[in-house]
Design a protein around this ligand. Structure first.
Ligand SMILES: [Fe+2]
Length: 383
């Protein structure tokens, strides 16, 4: 059995590391730079700060700040038109997963013909894109180190991923100081997304010794620091550990894949606009409960990584400890516990099941085989 490992060519991590940007950009031979970001990042002044660093270095920079949460295809098209008409040749995604994903999409579509929809799925992109840099301002998505971007297809009411090695950013700069002003609610939901990535990567059928290293460390860092980061956003140690945790979770799932939690959460974002991190947090314990028997050893490990005392317990009891630990963490940081709390009606289940079942790419690596009826039962429990 062979394993393949993908990583961004250059990854810079550390407080204040954003100061390295100008020096690094000089290596790209770019003449016009487009910063792709959203409203929140503009309000925090982060995009302007990055733009200034580059302008002081003599670069021509424009900011596109209209990225929407859970961005639809139309939002990508709007940004893509700006990119083409302005003849930009370097893209910098600054923000959460949405901004970084749009910058990945724009970068590859500059060099690939047709519509972005033609590339939905795995390894359909045929040519490398324009250079792109990812600078996260949340500790959640891991998009700075992954080879996927996700867009919402409003017609199908689904979120669909484009997976290709060409989506990997050429450079990722993870500066935890950029996350300090993130509101508690977003810290909580994005942190649960990162935890989901780590747990899914650790238990995916595609996991390897290498991805396990990153997933384990990520689970430990996130479960030890998320409460503090939510309770006191100025705690730079907690912010730094969360940034590292979400980065490691990203590296792990970029190579091991996510599993059924993301499959079942995508339809919640596609039709009901539930933020990605909340959708994952809502589905995570219920999917874990179902998945336990697929790999008791690894779920027992997760309980241990999350600080559960598993001494003297049977393997099965220890594995159940992981589900408990996840529920308690989510509750402590104010995440909704049931789908009904975010206004998902029971009548929604039929369509949700169809949406989740279409995410074959994620379901085939789930540690336990999942059929339509299994998915239905999981949603019923989650409601
Ligand atoms: Fe995610």
């Amino acid at each position: 059995l062979f394993t393949e490992y993908f990583q961004v060519p250059t990854l810079i991590f550390g407080n204040g590391s954003i100061g390295e940007l100008g020096k690094k950009v000089r290596g790209f031979n770019a003449s016009k730079i487009l910063i792709i970001t959203d409203n929140g990042v503009m309000k925090a002044g982060i995009a302007q700060k990055i733009s200034k660093i580059l302008e002081d270095d003599g670069f021509s920079v424009k900011i596109y700040s209209d990225v929407e949460p859970e961005p639809p295809i139309e939002n990508f098209e709007d940004c893509f038109n700006v990119a083409k008409s302005g003849n930009f040749d370097l893209f910098i995604g600054v923000g959460g997963g949405s901004s970084i994903d749009i910058s990945k999409a724009v970068s590859v579509m500059m060099n690939n013909q047709g519509k972005v929809q033609d590339y939905f799925g795995v390894k359909k992109i045929t040519r490398p894109g324009y250079p792109k840099i990812a600078i996260p301002t949340t500790s959640g998505t891991g998009s700075e180190v992954t080879k996927i971007f996700v867009l919402k297809d409003k017609r199908q009411e689904l979120k669909i991923g484009v997976v290709s090695p060409y989506n990997l950013p050429d450079l990722a700069i993870v500066d935890p100081e950029l996350t300090v002003n993130l509101p508690a609610k977003i810290t909580a939901s994005t942190g649960m997304d990162a935890l989901t990535h780590a747990i899914e990567a650790y238990t995916a059928l595609n996991s390897t010794t290498t991805t396990d290293l990153f997933a384990e460390k990520a689970i430990r860092l996130i479960s030890n620091n998320l409460r503090t980061a939510v309770a006191n956003g100025n705690d730079i140690e907690a912010r730094t550990n969360m940034a590292r945790g979400s980065l490691y979770a990203g590296i792990a799932f970029a190579n091991a894949s996510c599993t059924a939690v993301h499959a079942l959460s995508f339809p919640l974002g596609g039709k009901y606009n539930i933020p990605h991190g909340i959708a994952n947090a809502l589905m995570l314990p219920y999917v874990m409960e179902y998945n336990l028997v697929g790999n008791l050893v690894k779920f027992a490990d997760i309980a241990k990584f999350m600080g559960e005392n598993i001494q003297g317990l049977s393997l099965r009891q220890a594995a159940q400890g992981a589900v408990k630990a996840v529920k308690v963490l989510a509750k402590d940081i104010g995440i909704p516990q049931k789908l009904s709390e975010v206004n998902i009606p029971e009548t929604a289940i039929v369509q949700l099941v169809d949406g989740a079942y279409s995410c074959t790419r994620l379901l085939v690596v789930n540690p336990r085989k999942m059929e339509l009826d299994d998915i239905k039962q999981i949603y019923e429990k989650a409601i």
